[in-house]
Design a protein around this ligand. Structure first.
Ligand SMILES: [Fe+2]
Ligand SMILES: [Fe+2]
Length: 344
């Protein structure tokens, strides 16, 4: 049922309009003798068409149009204004305020019905279009969500692949991602950026898939030549991950190439210094080292916290960016919680 609100201070006219609308199939009239009452009703009611007289006690027809157009939900409702034959100026003003059509008084029944029908039909098709647009937007949102979920799934699998060649346990990569996110938070990164580093950093050592077993798995110390081969995992990792349309994989590539750089320029592969090292790499450096120090390895026990923190302090400004060390310490309680939660 479509509702037509009709406003006229003349009750005889109103009764006439009501009869005219009663003949229109699927339409119902809501009539008002006072424009003020009509406005009050419109504030909280939906309507499909407004027909308003021009000459009325305040607010008049023009003011009605102006107020209706400023109401939320009535910006697009069609409005027809009833005017006298000679009120050309008034019609122009009404058009300016957003009236859609006019009817000349005295109103002809058929003309009223035809105008009303046309405006209602237009409104209905507009509404269908809007519904369809909303439906499409929802479909796009769902599809985007799916693509994102698949991207994440692929990334989790890549991270799992990386674990198989890491010299530590699977939970090392999980802990490291979580530590990185905490440090990023204390550096003021957005939630999206925190999530990105959380997902990207577990792939920091994925380049180890390109290191021969006799070097990667060698018990005891590597020769200088073997060490040079081992260092190549940074560049191999970057080559595996780089140039992706995925922001997470691009970040992972950045991390792979830069997680062994040191703040004072003595790291590898490029010997970058300070701010030349991407911030994600600087964050991963401290997270990776801290987790290695506080975890048990085949060749060492897990170090106690104070000893690990001493190493971090000694590396402050040398291996590690002081700004990142500060953020790491601010987040230390959270990091220790995570360490306990993801203990292997
Ligand atoms: Fe590494
Ligand atoms: Fe690592």
């Amino acid at each position: 049922m479509m509702t037509i609100a009709i406003v006229d201070d003349n009750e005889v006219n109103l009764a006439l309009y009501q009869r005219v609308v009663a003949e229109m199939h699927g339409c119902t009239a809501k009539t008002f003798v006072s424009s003020k009452a009509a406005l009050d009703w419109l504030v909280s009611n939906a309507v499909d068409l407004v027909v308003t007289d021009y000459r009325m006690p305040e607010p008049d027809g023009l003011e009605m149009i102006r107020r209706i157009r400023s109401m939320n939900g009535h910006r697009d409702v069609p409005i027809v204004m009833l005017t006298g034959v000679k009120e050309r100026e008034t019609r122009l003003a009404a058009l300016d305020l957003g009236a859609n059509d006019f009817l000349t008084k005295p109103v002809d029944k058929v003309e009223f019905q035809v105008r009303a029908r046309n405006l209602l039909a237009l409104r209905q098709s507009k509404r269908h279009l809007a519904d369809r647009a909303a439906w499409l937007a929802e479909e796009v949102r769902k599809a985007t969500e799916q693509v994102r979920a698949r991207e994440r799934e692929t990334i989790h699998r890549l991270a799992r692949l990386a674990e198989y060649r890491d010299d530590e346990t699977a939970s090392h990569t999980v802990r490291m991602g979580n530590f990185c996110a905490v440090v990023a938070k204390h550096l003021g990164f957005s939630e999206q950026e925190q999530e990105r580093i959380l997902l990207a950093s577990p792939m920091h050592d994925i380049g180890k898939v390109g290191i021969p077993d006799e070097i990667l798995l060698k018990p005891g110390k590597l020769t200088p030549e073997e060490w040079e081969v081992m260092k190549r995992h940074a560049e191999i990792g970057a080559r595996i991950l780089e140039d992706s349309p995925s922001e997470i994989l691009r970040e992972a590539a950045t991390i792979a190439i830069s997680h062994h750089e040191k703040y004072d320029g003595t790291g590898y592969p490029k010997g970058l210094k300070g701010d030349q090292i991407p911030i994600a790499g600087r964050i991963c450096a401290i997270s990776d080292v801290f987790d290695a120090l506080t975890s048990k390895r085949p060749y060492k026990p897990a170090w106690p916290l104070d000893r690990a923190l001493r190493i971090i302090d000694e590396g402050n400004g040398a291996h590690f960016d002081p700004m990142v060390v500060r953020a790491f310490k601010q987040g230390l309680d959270e990091i220790l919680d995570l360490k306990a939660r993801y203990a292997s």
